[in-house]
Every structure is written in structure tokens, then in C-alpha cells.
Design a protein around this ligand. Structure first.
Ligand code: S3P
Length: 443
């Protein structure tokens, strides 16, 4: 990301009703996976609707560094000529994954069982994030891994020449850990098994099956068990990336809190492993209709119609956290405008995202006159009719914190500022013009 450039402060002001169509970009998780599986397949994978955010562009660059032919054909339209499972060649330079935890963790998985050496790095935010959660299971395959103190980036992986299959129970609910192990398992003889206590986003499983891998998921006494048969020949596939429900959450939230708003958000993924925010908003009494429910690119999608209206505070159960893990920052903004208190439980993982999101939201909301409480793994927001605003939030290189506070400022009494809007381009490059097009006063 342009983390080395000057910070770009931004401000959002109380806005009139938001109206119109918010066409959000392609899903970030699916975009990373489409590039990586395309690179591990035989033949040409054509991708449409790819998110062209910096995180995904860094993954595209990495796939080219490992030998795939990656080309941009047009807006969101990409072609990947893959090298096949086990076909990665040793990259000449360091692999810089920028701000992206998904990028670095999945690619480390894809490399761990191929006998090449690669070094991974990232920006200041990514270099603080825990990587042992991925390198520990990858070492069980036989990879040799050297990390900086505390298991942090930069990390060098020497992939296993004779990898062994692994059976691994993930210690925290994380699709990134699961996916890294499955990608490593591709180049291993025999069955690789991942067991998770709570189901996490299943895009890797869906896409691996779509590319011809033998993969099955069962719910047993042990939990959610995913079994992958190693050494498949992945066949290149067209991938139509659905629109990102995590990005859609920002215009949706804005429409819910700005009086008189009504917007339409077309073609958003409704994958049940991603829809916790929408379940929660309906619990809060939000006026959201899901129209034209259909399937696109192997994922359920719908057109959302969202209208402003009264909202009630709720308690979000810990079991729902995995299905809305990236949406807690924006939920805490919406909660500030609800009647009563919203309690978000089981959210400890937020502390190791692009920033400590519990801390970043708590401090930023307090700076804008909202009463909050936090524990190690919960955040409580006390709703109020009129949210004062007038504060500046520190975004810590975190795109979702930046967008959340800009949305807050659209409905507060006084404007809300952020110290740096630059990171927004990691996941939602057209955020400002899209919001301005709905009538939002921000920039
Ligand atoms: C992602 C998984 C989640 C999420 C991230 C994307 C993925 O992280 O926060 O933005 O694409 O697999 P964890 O799996 O670490 O919870």
C-alpha cells in the first residue's frame, strides 16, 4: 500500500438523505483466492469482477513472481495462466504483501510444500500481526521457516521437498489459517484435514471444488472437518467474483443512520459464512430487503434495498463472530445511533487485524462523544439519539477503521475527521466517489 506516502486526512459531514445505487467492488477474499488457484491450475483462468484494491494487486504481483502469467485485460477482468500444483518457481525478489494478512498467509501456505525458498514481507501493520498461527501448521508439513521475533514478518520459507499430510485443529476461528493449510495440502500425497470449532468463510473450499479438487466438509463431534485429497490436477476455471458484503456494509450503514435514506446495493454475496452483519442488522430492526436472490460464480447473491429507520441495540452472540469478523467496526458505528446498548461478544480476534480494532473503535467513538466499554474480547456501545461527533479518529493503517469513521460523520452533529484515508484503497478504491454519488458529504 502507499504506506510510505504522506497521511491523507479526511472529513465527513452531516449529510442529507442518501439515495441511488451503490455498486460495490468485488469480494476481497474471493479475489485473492481466484488469483492463487488460477496460478496453481493448468490452463487459463479468466476472472471477472476482480477487486482491484492494493491488497489483491499485491497478490497478483506475487503470483507472477512465482511463475504464473498474470494479465489485466480490462476493468476487473484478469487472465491467469497457471503453472499447476507444485509448479511454483523460486521468486527472484522478496514477496511484499503490503497490508494484506489474507495475501501473505494464503501464499505462504501455497509455497510451503514446494521445494523453493521465498521471503515474505509487508507494511508496518502487517509486520506487527501474528504469523505463527500459520507457520506452525506449515512447519508440520516439513517446511523450514524462519521468522522475526514473535513469529512476525519478514519470514523466509523453504518449502518441504517431501511433504507429509497434516491433520490440524485450528486454535482460533480463522479462514486464513484453514486456507493456508488447504493450499499447502494441495501438493502433498494423501489427505490433509483441517478441523475448526466454528465454521469460517468457506470460499477456499467452494473454489477448490470448482477447480476440480476432491474436498469434503462434514460436521462431526470433533467440529467442522474439512478433508482435502492431495495432488489433484486443478483445472483452470472462469471465476465471476461476486460483490463484497464487507464493502457493501459501509454504504448500507450510511443509509441506515442518515435520516430519509434509501439505497440499492446490487449483486452482494449472501454466503452464510459471511452474513453475520446482515443477521444482526435485521435483529436490530433494520429495514433491509434482499431481492432477486440468485447464484453467481458459485456463491449466493442478492440485491439489497436499505432504508433508514429506527434501530434497537442488541447482543451479538460469540458464535456469530466468525461470520462478521470484518464488520464489527462498522457495526459499532451503527450501534451508536441505535436505541439502547449493543454488546459484541467473542471478538478477541479483532485485536490482531490490520489494527487492534477494539481499541481503534473505542478510542475513536469516545473522541466523538459515544460511551463505550471494552474487555479483552468484547465491545459495548451505548446508543444515543444525537451523536455529537467533532473528533478525529486515528486509523492505524486500517482501511475499515477509516471507512467506519467517515460513515459515522455523515450523521453526527459536528463533522468527524480521520488522520489518514489512504489505506481505504486496500479494499475499496472507489469508496469516496461511490459515497459522494449517493449524496454523502465527505472527502
Ligand atoms: C479472510 C479471513 C478473515 C478476515 C480477512 C479475510 C479471508 O481473517 O478478517 O479480512 O479471506 O480468509 P481470519 O481468517 O484471520 O479471521
Amino acid at each position: 500500500m502507499s504506506h510510505s506516502s504522506e497521511p491523507r486526512p479526511m472529513t465527513a459531514r452531516r449529510s442529507g438523505p442518501l439515495t441511488g445505487v451503490a455498486t460495490v467492488p468485488g469480494d476481497k477474499s474471493i479475489s485473492h483466492r481466484a488469483l492463487i488457484l488460477g496460478a496453481l491450475s493448468v490452463g487459463e483462468t479468466r476472472i471477472t469482477g476482480l477487486l482491484e484494491g492494493q491488497d489483491v494487486l499485491d497478490t497478483a504481483k506475487a503470483m507472477a513472481a512465482f511463475g504464473a502469467k498474470v494479465e489485466r485485460l480490462g476493468d476487473g477482468e484478469w487472465s491467469v495462466h497457471g503453472v499447476g500444483v507444485g509448479g511454483f518457481s523460486e521468486p527472484e525478489g522478496v514477496i511484499d504483501c503490503g497490508n494484506s494478512g489474507t495475501g501473505v498467509r494464503l501464499i505462504m501456505g501455497a509455497v510451503a510444500t514446494t521445494p523453493i525458498t521465498a521471503t515474505f514481507t509487508g507494511d508496518a501493520s502487517l509486520s506487527r500481526r501474528p504469523m505463527a498461527r500459520v507457520t506452525d501448521p506449515l512447519a508440520q508439513f516439513g517446511a523450514q521457516i524462519t521468522a522475526r521475533e514473535g513469529g512476525r514478518l519478514p519470514i523466509t520459507i523453504q518449502g518441504a521437498a517431501d511433504p507429509l499430510p497434516v491433520r490440524y485443529r485450528t486454535p482460533v476461528a480463522s479462514a486464513q489459517i484453514k486456507s493456508a493449510i488447504l493450499l499447502a495440502g494441495l501438493n502433498v500425497p494423501g489427505e490433509t484435514v483441517v478441523i475448526e470449532s466454528e465454521p469460517t468463510r468457506d470460499h477456499s473450499e467452494r473454489m477448490l471444488a470448482g477447480f476440480g479438487a476432491d474436498i469434503r466438509t462434514e460436521t462431526t463431534d470433533e467440529g467442522h472437518v474439512i478433508t482435502l485429497q492431495g495432488r489433484p490436477e486443478l483445472r483452470a476455471q472462469p471465476v465471476a467474483v461476486p460483490r463484497d458484503p464487507s464493502s457493501a456494509a459501509f454504504p448500507v450503514a450510511a443509509a441506515l443512520i442518515v435520516p430519509g435514506s434509501e439505497i440499492r446495493v446490487p449483486g452482494v454475496s449472501r454466503n452464510p459464512t459471511r452474513d453475520g452483519l446482515y443477521v444482526t442488522l435485521l435483529d436490530m430492526g433494520a429495514d433491509i430487503a434482499f431481492e432477486n436472490e440468485r447464484e453467481e460464480g458459485g456463491e449466493p447473491v442478492a440485491d439489497l434495498v436499505v432504508r433508514h429507520g429506527p434501530l434497537q441495540g442488541v447482543t451479538v452472540p460469540a458464535e456469530r463472530a466468525a461470520s462478521m469478523i470484518d464488520e464489527f467496526p462498522i457495526l459499532s458505528v451503527i450501534a451508536a445511533f441505535a436505541e439502547g446498548t449493543t454488546v459484541m461478544n467473542g471478538v478477541a480476534e479483532l485485536r490482531v487485524k490490520e489494527s487492534d480494532r477494539i481499541d481503534a473503535m473505542a478510542r475513536g467513538l469516545e473522541a466523538n462523544g459515544v460511551r463505550v466499554e471494552e474487555t479483552k474480547d468484547s465491545l459495548t456501545v451505548h446508543g444515543m439519539g444525537r451523536v455529537p461527533g467533532g473528533g478525529t479518529a486515528v486509523t492505524h493503517l486500517d482501511h475499515r477503521i477509516a471507512m467506519s469513521f467517515l460513515v459515522l460523520g455523515l450523521a453526527t452533529v459536528a463533522p468527524v475527521s480521520i488522520d489518514d484515508g489512504d489505506p481505504i484503497a486496500t479494499s475499496f478504491p472507489g469508496f469516496l466517489p461511490l459515497m459522494q454519488g449517493l449524496g454523502a458529504d465527505l472527502g
